[in-house]
Ligand binder design. Structure first.
Ligand code: NAP
Ligand code: GCO
Length: 264
């Protein structure tokens, strides 16, 4: 019998913040590998619209509204989805925000909000899902969506970099504490991808757009669908001995210090 290491048939995956962008792309990839998909967002209307989008691709997804920073709501909604749909085998902590403000101008409340959503949120959701996996002795896969800013700083994104750097280390601690329960916790570190989050810095003629195209050895922004392979790998049996690893999908950004503007 040929064992398809990447087959997710019979598995159930929760992807937070998956009504569009990278979350939707990864969710579609997991669905195409056989997983049952549950998505989350902050608003029912955006979930409803997204479920129609998934259905167009033949994906019968389910959606639940909750704020990843709301411990009570997370606990109630994960209990409900595991009753109504199925126990979770895979969690993708994708939901996140960014604020681009110079540190000297950033309100402490803004800094705290980014940390809360991008770092505390994955802790809350991850811990809630892990408790269920441990109680069921099922094992499982946790995938935290990190960033280039898990490794590099950049002007104006201090809170985001602190959160994503922390998420890298939270991933390693999840791996450390939960590996004995056959839970593999890993991260995906996307480079620069074309989504609504990067739209403000990607518009044609924006200096950052040109900078990223030149700074990325592949010479372009990533397509969200190019994260599907990494998501399927870390969600599948193919990664059963991979733990605490951040898999960077960045077109080569972290491989290089870059090149002068006059070099190809
Ligand atoms: P996006 O288009 O802004 O989508 C973020 C999603 O998270 C949205 O669905 C949003 O819901 C949801 N969300 C925000 N706060 C939430 C909360 N408190 N509770 C539940 N859901 C919440 O971003 P993206 O570009 O797809 O990025 C997705 C993830 O990848 C983020 O963690 C981001 O930091 C990371 N990332 C992105 C890139 C990139 O180049 N795009 C690169 C590296 C890493 P609403 O729509 O309702 O606001
Ligand atoms: C930015 C971008 C980045 C990307 C991503 C890079 O303003 O620098 O939004 O933060 O979202 O995190 O990996």
């Amino acid at each position: 019998m040929s064992l398809n290491l990447f087959d997710l048939t019979g598995k159930t995956a929760l992807i937070t913040g998956a009504t569009h962008g990278l979350g939707m792309a990864m969710a579609k990839g997991l669905a195409n590998a056989g997983a049952k998909i549950i998505i989350n967002d902050l608003a029912q209307d955006r979930i409803d619209a997204a479920l129609e989008e998934y259905a167009k691709d033949g994906i019968n997804a389910t959606g639940y509204v909750f704020d990843v920073t709301d411990e009570k709501a997370v606990s109630e909604m994960i209990k409900l989805m595991e009753e109504q749909v199925a126990p979770l085998d895979i969690l993708v902590n994708n939901a996140g925000i960014i604020k681009r403000v110079p540190m000297v101008d950033m309100e402490v409340s803004e800094f705290r909000q980014v940390i809360d959503i991008d770092l505390v949120g994955p802790f809350i959701v991850g811990r809630t899902v892990a408790k269920s996996m441990i109680a069921r002795n099922s094992g499982g896969k946790i995938i935290n969506i990190c960033s280039m800013m898990s490794e590099l700083g950049r002007n104006t994104v201090s809170a985001y970099a602190a959160a994503k750097g922390g998420l890298k280390m939270l991933t390693r601690n999840m791996a450390t504490e939960w590996a004995r329960f056959n839970i593999q916790a890993n991260g995906i570190g996307p480079g620069y991808f074309a989504t609504s989050q990067t739209a403000p810095i990607r518009v044609g003629g924006h200096p950052f757009n040109e900078f990223i195209i030149h700074r990325t050895p592949a010479g372009r922004w990533g397509d969200p669908n190019e994260l599907q392979g990494a998501a399927i790998f870390l969600a599948s049996a193919a990664s059963d001995f991979v733990n605490g690893h951040i898999l960077y999908v960045d077109g080569g950004i972290l491989a290089t210090i870059g090149k002068p503007s006059n070099e190809q």
